[in-house]
Design a protein around this ligand. Structure first.
Ligand code: NAD
Length: 359
């Protein structure tokens, strides 16, 4: 287990003066834990188990994801900072339990400086097993549980804000919505928007998930994962992996708006600027998916987990999106820039001239 040095990390474009980045490497476990900023409180962020192609891919991902968590915490109004864990590995591997056991021991050693839980490749039951080793896991089955329904809920409410902005009504009846990735969040989101009469277009690399969902929800069409972002839907909702929008892929986007749960959708801030100048509404990812975080960190509140507070905070985040879209239109500033600037004014007030007030 070693802390990566700043002079090494600064070679990465994604490095943003992260407070600590830890690499753990032994025979079974290769993982990174990144703590971006703890000005607001201890770091929180899920742990991802993914078969990264290289060590650098994993490191870049943890740097980007932990930074995003700082912004998400700030905009969600919770007193925590940004962190993230990534484990290099296959979620289907036969030694998953041993890998997670070792990882949980590392989390225990960090002694409450980092609280973590589910993400891609890590399930609610994995979290319960790791809780037996370390108390610093969140998303307990008896309390907040699986964060994904809440991430889907905030995305759904944000989609309604976006629909209102485009069509003058938040009703999703007859609105065409494309969802890429129908895993834990995407499938729940499909149910929510489908129950309101949206016309659904879905894609996933896992064919079984597609047919399962098609059997459960009416009015659903299946598209190819590689081209779903090109479809002429009203709202496109990326709910698979991040880094979807690059200067190459954005020119192929045909929807009027983008509002999805995947973390780190924009390859760079300039990609967000491009959406703005091309009249495409972009709902910042960490606002759309904030519900998952809001739900699990509620376990750490002094008075214990309260679902009513979770719902109130998720509604507030969706209201913030409404304000961001308004400011964007009036002041002609890309939505991602407004959101970042607002978040920075909360977690780094001395370095930012607060320019915007949200709901
Ligand atoms: P998941 O692993 O359950 O689902 C991801 C789905 O995307 C899977 O069905 C997978 O087959 C599919 N997929 C992967 N690559 C794809 C591709 N190239 N094309 C099409 N489909 C592809 O994960 P999840 O928990 O639903 O999370 C989805 C996204 O939302 C992730 O980016 C995650 O970081 C983010 N997120 C999740 C939560 C949460 O509470 N689960 C909270 C906030 C953000």
């Amino acid at each position: 287990m070693k802390y990566l040095k700043k002079h090494y990390l600064s070679k990465f474009e994604e490095y943003d003066d992260h407070e600590k980045v830890l690499e753990i490497e032994d025979d079974d476990l290769h993982a990174f834990i990144s703590i971006h900023n703890t000005n607001l409180g201890p770091a929180v962020g899920g742990t991802r188990l993914f078969p990264y192609k290289s060590r650098e891919d994993a490191l870049v991902d943890v740097l980007r994801l932990s930074r995003g968590m700082t912004y998400k915490c700030a905009i969600s109004g919770v007193s925590f900072g940004g962190g993230k864990g990534v484990i290099v590995g296959d979620p289907q591997s036969s030694n998953k339990d041993e890998i997670l056991e070792k990882y949980a021991r590392i989390i225990r050693k960090l002694d409450g400086k980092f609280f973590t839980g589910e993400d891609v490749g890590i399930s609610e039951s994995d979290v319960q097993k790791m809780l037996l080793i370390s108390p610093y896991f969140i998303g307990r089955s008896t309390l907040a549980g699986d964060p994904s329904p809440y991430a889907a809920l905030s995305t759904y409410w944000c989609i309604k804000v976006v629909a209102k902005n485009i069509f003058g009504s938040s009703s999703l009846e007859g609105i065409k919505i494309g969802i890429k990735g129908i895993g834990k969040v995407g499938s729940k989101l499909a149910e929510l928007v489908g129950s309101e009469g949206a016309k659904l277009f879905i894609a996933d690399t896992d064919k079984t998930k597609l047919t399962n969902l098609q059997n459960r929800i009416a009015n659903i069409s299946i598209l190819n994962s590689d081209i779903i972002h090109q479809s002429k839907v009203d709202i496109y909702s990326p709910c698979a992996m991040g880094n979807e929008f690059t200067f190459q892929t954005i020119t192929e986007v045909n929807s009027k708006a983008i509002c999805g749960a995947a973390n780190n959708q924009l390859n760079s801030d300039e990609v967000g600027d491009w959406f703005f100048t091309h009249n495409k509404i972009y709902a910042p990812d960490y606002i759309a998916n904030a519900g998952g975080l809001i739900n699990v960190v509620d376990e750490l509140e002094n008075d214990g987990y309260k679902k009513s507070r979770v719902i109130k905070r998720i509604k507030k985040v969706a209201a913030s999106l409404k304000t961001i879209l308004k400011i964007s239109k009036e002041k002609k500033i890309p939505t991602n820039r407004i959101a970042d600037s607002f978040a920075e004014s909360i977690f780094r007030p001395s370095q930012s001239s607060k320019k915007f007030t949200l709901a």
